[in-house]
Design a protein around this ligand. Sequence first.
Ligand SMILES: [Zn+2]
Ligand SMILES: [Zn+2]
Length: 239
Amino acid sequence: MWRDLLHGVRQLAYPNLCLWCRELHDDPAADFCQKCLAEFTTDPEAICPRCCLTVAPQVDVSAGCVQCRDIRFHFESATRLNTYKPPLSDVIVRMKRPPGEDLAESLAKVWADKMAAKMQPLKPDMVMPIPLHWRRRLWRGFNGPNLFAIALASRLRIPCRPRLLRRVRPTPSQTTLTVAQRRDNMRNAFAARKPKELAGKTVILVDDVLTTGSTLSEAAKALKSAGTATVHVAVIARR
Ligand SMILES: [Zn+2]
Ligand SMILES: [Zn+2]
C-alpha cells in the first residue's frame, strides 16, 4: 500500500519522469523516455529460432545454431526482447530488488507489447510463468515471471494459467554449474497438473532470462508429458 501511495505521489509530482534514467519526457502515458525504450527494445540481430541466441546474418539456423543444434529442447521455439546487456540487464537486476516492483510492472508492459506481436501468429491457448522455488527469494516476495506472464496473456486475450505447472522439488542455484550439470540439476524438477486442460494445447512459457534453456526445457517436458502439444518460450533477455 505504501508502495502504491509513493508511486502515486511521485507520478503526481513528476508525471513525465522516465522510470529508468529519470529524465523528463513528453508522453504522460509512458513510463520510460523514448531513448530508454529504444535501448530496451531495439534488437537488430538475427536470432536462432530454437534458443534465441544472436547468430550471424545469413547463417542457416533452421535446425538451430552452433550452440543448440546438438541439445534436445522440449520446447519448439524461443523468443526474447533483447540480449542480456546493459541497460536491459541492469533493469532486470534492479527490478528484482526492492523497490523494483514499479520497474518490473513497467517493463512487463513494454515486453508484453513486443512479445504479443511475435506470439499472435503461433495461436497460443494460454500463457504460463516458470514456477518459482529458490528464485522466489531472489524476487523478494513478488513473482516476476508471473507478472510478465499476466501482462502477455492480457495483451493476447488468452488465459494465464500459473497453477497448471509446479516445481516439485527445490533446485540449487544454477549460476556456477556447467551446461551438463544444469541439465541434471533440473531433471524432473517440474510436474504438470490437470492434463485435461493441457491436452493438445499450445502454451507460452515465460521466464526472465534464458541461459542454457535447461530449466525451460524441463518445464516444457513436464507439460508435454501431460499432453501439451506445443510449447513456445518467451523471455526478457538471452544471456
Ligand atoms: Zn529514460
Ligand atoms: Zn540456437
